[in-house]
Design a protein around this ligand. Structure first.
Ligand code: GLA
Length: 390
């Protein structure tokens, strides 16, 4: 569904629920990370792109006035009720904590959205490693900007959304997802230096290649605690190396310190050091339209995430192995897991003309190997958050 169709649908649903057309419509995209996984909280480089899947909010002031920000979601039975007249704290339902945390961030800056009726419709698959939560946060922030007339700096906006996730959803995420949802640009990947927070747009407009996203449609519970654990292990490795973060580490320095580290911490750090290098190289390869090299780096990233960082799973490995079996002759340059891991999606760099055949083969082989149905789609790099109606 295009953004236009999605927003028309959200407007129609708003009108059905509230008996008047919405005054504001805003959208924020999900993302796929092309390379640079588990790197943002290590101050390194990441290379995500926004995808053509969005959270859309249609809104108006409540007919009866009041201070409650009321969000109905197509995907949820319980609405989010956020009373902007009182200090905000996390509370039920669980999903409401993303918009609640964002509203709290604006209120802390003296920007109170006041009461609103909101209809939310999202085409970002939930819990699939495509940043449905960041898109919801950034969508809320974009709505509050539109409603209050305040425009905050994009970096501040992304950080405000990250803080919402830390403090209201309890997830110690890095900055990648919120940054790309705010700053995505059509036909570009975003090379983000997570230390300086400087960004560089990397053009990706060659119509002969596509990024194909394959959703395993599994989410392993074990993933939740493992994210914080990986973060802690990276911090431990940096501490042993006497460095502020693994961004400052080198492969040689890590080798020298190996005896002073437990083997798991060593392997986590080896992933991070290698992945930062691969990400910078991949940005160069993509700039030069060297798709084979970019694909090779994606496969290497997957191996490192599987063996050293241990955040893959059988279903993700199956997708990558299937991609590899299709190979260059079948139109696949490279493939890797994307996002936090333990389920969710794989991303492949493929030849456009082979998309249909690759999709068919991947779906069939994945079904044979796992008994599960994968969801497979392509996306061009999309634009970041936008105001559709104001
Ligand atoms: C999740 C987090 C991001 C990032 C990725 C892994 O998506 O929200 O900050 O750490 O995992 O690359």
């Amino acid at each position: 569904m295009t953004l236009q169709e999605l927003s028309t649908q959200a407007a129609r649903e708003f009108e059905r629920a509230f008996a008047r057309p919405p005054r504001w419509i805003v959208a924020a995209p999900g993302r796929v990370n092309v390379i640079g996984e588990h790197i943002d909280y290590n101050d390194g480089f990441v290379l995500p792109m926004a995808i053509e899947h969005y959270a859309v909010m249609a809104a108006d002031r409540p007919a009866g006035g009041g201070s409650v920000l009321r969000i109905h979601s197509t995907a949820e039975t319980e609405p989010a009720l956020i009373d902007t007249a009182a200090p905000l704290k996390p509370g039920p339902p669980k999903w409401s904590n993303y918009p609640r945390g964002v509203a709290a961030g604006f209120m802390a800056r003296g920007l109170n959205p006041g009461g609103l009726d909101v209809w939310l419709r999202s085409s970002v698959p939930y819990g699939s490693g495509l940043s449905s939560s960041a898109s919801l946060e950034v969508c809320t922030a974009t709505l509050i900007e539109a409603v209050t007339g305040a425009k905050i700096d994009p970096v501040e906006k992304a950080l405000l959304c990250q803080k919402a996730e830390h403090e209201f959803a309890g997830v110690p995420c890095g900055i990648m997802d919120q940054f790309i949802s705010v700053m995505g640009r059509e036909n570009h990947l975003l090379l983000l230096d997570c230390r300086s927070r400087q960004t560089e747009l990397v053009p990706m407009r060659d119509p002969s290649v596509e990024l194909l996203i394959a959703n395993t449609n599994v989410k392993h519970e074990l993933g939740s605690g493992q994210y914080a654990r990986r973060r802690a292990q990276c911090e431990a490795a940096a501490r042993i190396l006497g460095l502020p973060s693994l961004r400052d580490a080198s492969a040689a320095g890590l080798e020298r310190a190996q005896a002073r580290m437990d083997s798991e911490v060593f392997r986590r750090a080896r992933h991070v050091i290698g992945e930062i290098e691969r990400t910078v190289q991949a940005a160069g390869a993509i700039r030069a339209s060297n798709w084979e090299e970019a694909g090779r780096l994606m496969y290497a990233s997957h191996r490192s995430l599987r063996d050293d960082y241990e955040v893959s799973c059988a279903e993700l490995d199956a997708l990558v192995e299937i991609a590899q079996s299709i190979g260059l002759s079948g139109g696949v340059f490279g493939c890797r897991m994307t996002g936090g891991g333990f389920g969710g999606c794989a991303v492949a760099l493929v030849k456009s003309q082979a998309v249909a055949a690759i999709t068919k083969k991947m779906a069939a082989d994945y079904k044979t190997r796992t008994g599960l149905a994968a969801t497979i789609f392509c996306s061009r790099p999309a634009a970041g958050a936008t105001v559709i109606k104001a």
